[in-house]
Ligand binder design. Structure first.
Ligand SMILES: *Cc1c(COP(=O)(O)O)cnc(C)c1O
Length: 468
């Protein structure tokens, strides 16, 4: 063993303690740091800091920790903190963080039953999530890295289902065996088009179905007509929580169309599924269980560290047909295929452990409190901006996102000026909604409170005055 490795091994408890001190300090100052630090002034090589050469001689873990703290940590955003309201971004609950640390400590490759109880732990966690989202026992679930991968996996199963209907197997013979495919959706997330590109169905297989007037929710009558116009079986992507205005398709009305049309129902409920935790909002997600495949992100509103999501489906048999990884040492598929046969990944970390920890620690009640507090924060910011003559809401606050713009001259340039002015205090992301440049503030962090909402509203008010 190299002496540097031997020395670190001998001092392992001390090194872990030093890392622990650094982590605790980072988290203790999360609230005080700039939410998104300013970019470096551009040097000759662009906005990135000067890159160091690959070290030849070991500095040991201490040296790496010191270099990281000095050069990189100050340049990272406080996205784990309470006023990072960009995209849809969760933090990490204390228990989830502990689970994530132990994931690396145990360093499992939990893809087969040959090796320890990792798979069983994942199944227990999936069972808890199924209950949390009111899904029935017909749904099985697997962990993947994020909602994009969950959508891709769900649509891969949909592709195989289309093959079953047409008497071919895309998994064996390629997507071309299907002929042209139609994927119908009202306001799909950008990852759906990406998934269709990856799967060989093509981005152009996505057919936009009209939404209800002034809404991002699909018009069920228009979907009915689009299905009637589709020759052969189709795929419908229902959206349960759009990123701009958190609108929900009427999932029960969409599922009811199966009485007259032959389609696979994939639902993208990346963060919208969490509406099921709040009795006052559960109606938005009612009907999730009718999905043939379903995407739920966990690094958003469950507040586990990146990267984590679940893919649920009613057709594990088709899932295994797509993703089976036949090899002599892996054994037959059987009724309970190993995880290696169920997702694009073969090797993967024990990703379920962080979710297991936070659910074991805080339960349904604790996670409901996070969801309801975030919703109340979004409502409060929405109300504050609605009262402020400088701003205008572009949609009602349906769940946890405020979509708003400047009341006067809402140009992209002026909105960028607002974002730049506030970004050490609060981070929001730009969008365009119904043709109007806009900003979104999304609440999905377990740390956020009403005092953060007051700081965000104040920062926005001040910035609007400065650019006026
Ligand atoms: C975030 C999101 C995705 C993509 O999720 P990743 O975790 O970034 O891959 C897909 N759909 C919806 C509705 C989302 O909010």
């Amino acid at each position: 063993m190299h002496p540097a490795l031997a020395a670190d091994l001998a001092r392992l408890p001390e090194l872990l303690a030093a890392t622990h001190r650094t982590a605790a300090e980072t988290l203790a100052t999360l609230d005080a740091r700039p939410v998104v630090p300013r970019a470096e002034p551009e040097g000759p090589e662009g906005p990135e800091p000067h890159h160091e050469p690959l070290p030849d001689r070991p500095a040991g873990a201490d040296g790496a920790l010191a270099a990281f703290q000095h050069r990189w940590a100050p340049r990272l955003s406080a996205s784990a903190g309470p006023r990072y309201l960009g995209f849809v971004t969760g933090g990490a609950t204390p228990a989830a963080l502990a689970g994530d640390w132990l994931t690396a400590v145990h360093d499992q490759n939990s893809n087969s039953a040959l090796d320890g109880a990792g798979q069983a732990l994942e199944r227990e966690t999936v069972g808890w999530l199924r209950e949390l989202f009111h899904l029935g026992p017909a749904h099985t679930g697997t962990f993947v890295s994020g909602a994009t991968m969950s959508n891709t996996t769900g649509l891969a199963i949909a592709r195989e289902w289309l093959g079953e209907r047409l008497g071919v197997s895309p998994a064996e013979d390629g997507a071309a065996a299907l002929g042209p495919v139609r994927v119908l959706s009202g306001a799909p997330h950008s990852s759906i088009a990406k998934a269709l590109s990856v799967l060989g169905l093509g981005r152009s297989s996505l057919v936009a179905v009209p939404t209800l007037p002034g809404r991002e929710a699909v018009d069920p009558a228009a979907l009915d007509r689009a299905l009637a116009d589709t020759p052969g079986p189709a795929v419908v992507v229902a959206n349960a929580g759009t990123v701009n205005t958190v609108d929900f398709d009427d999932l029960r009305a969409v599922a009811a169309l199966k009485e007259h049309h032959d389609f696979w129902l994939h639902t993208d409920a990346a963060f919208g599924a969490f509406a099921a935790l709040s009795p006052a909002r559960a109606h938005l997600a009612a009907g999730l269980d009718a999905s043939d495949s379903l995407c739920v992100d966990l690094h958003k509103w469950l507040n586990v560290p990146y990267d984590s999501a679940v893919q649920f489906t009613r057709r594990r048999d088709l899932q295994a047909r797509v993703f089976q990884n036949a090899a002599a040492y892996l054994g037959p598929l059987g009724d309970h295929p190993d995880l290696v046969h169920l997702t694009p990944e073969n090797s993967h970390r024990l990703r379920a452990l962080a979710a297991w920890f936070t659910l074991r620690a805080y339960g349904r009640e604790g996670h409901r409190e996070i969801v309801e507090r975030d919703i109340a924060c979004a409502e409060a910011l929405g109300a504050a901006l609605d009262r402020d003559p400088a701003f205008r809401l572009l949609a009602p606050v349906r769940l946890n996102v405020v979509c708003f713009t400047l009341a006067a001259e809402p140009t992209a340039a002026r909105l960028t000026a607002i974002r730049e002015a506030i970004r050490s205090e609060v981070f929001v992301t730009p969008t365009v909604y119904a043709g109007t440049p806009a900003l979104r503030a999304a609440f999905s962090n377990w740390r956020t409170t009403q005092s953060d909402v007051r700081r965000a509203a104040e920062a926005l008010r001040t910035a609007a005055r400065e650019i006026a």
